[in-house]
Design a protein around this ligand. Sequence first.
Ligand code: HPA
Length: 276
Amino acid sequence: MSEVTNEFEMSLETANFLKKQINYIPEYAIVLGSGLGSLVEDIKVEKEIPYKEIPNFPVSTVKGHKGSLIFGELNGKKVLAMNGRFHYYEGYNMKQVTFPERVFWQMGIRKLVVSNASGGVNRNFNIGDVMLIKDHINFFPEHPLRGPNDERFGPRFVNMSEPYSKKMLQVVRSYAAENGIKIKEGTYLGLQGPTFETLAEYTMVRNMGGDAVGMSTVPEVIVARHMDMEVFGISVITDIGTAEFIEEVNHQEVLKAAKAAEPIVRELVGKLVELY
Ligand code: HPA
């Protein structure tokens, strides 16, 4: 998608293309971040479409970049899973990063699940914890809704008092409590990356009210809320960023910790889709 956009028409065109591939409207769109990739194994896949075959989808300049949309059934509900997301740090602009959410809404999907890996700064958090995202702080340098507002999507000034659906949170919270699954809850602060934070920056995140910090999710959720979609967010704490806990964070460690927590994230998201 180009810098100067006709977002509404483009996302409608893409949605129409996708709707022709299936004969139903999925109830949920699920963005599979680190820590949720294997949810695909629980989906009865009906159709998989590589991003490069989808009109208007952002094209990656990165060699070997993969990504696909997966249509199928999860615990009795029709879902569309996004296997691979577009990060701002990769060089996409915010309209590109959030284009998939526009398309989901144009298809008639009204529920969104987002997942990610993050660094914990709350002193009660440990590596491998699963955190339900209750709120977020937007610290990206570019806002996805900057520019002329298209009222067909939603209002100019978006109410953000409930970015993450309280009802969805309650469904998952109750299920976790009833089944002895330990979860954390907190505020996710989004930074552009791609560097991990310095110790001073982790401290800043904590002082600003964040419980965890990461490089995704916030733009997608803002755009979903612009269109009044119901959002559920879940994060795996893959490293701890506090001055007292000087553990070197690297991508390998993040992936390892995300993998370990994956069964829990998978179970919780599966149950949400089933029950709500
Ligand atoms: N910081 C930012 N993004 C992350 C981190 C982190 O510590 N861990 C996983 N994603």
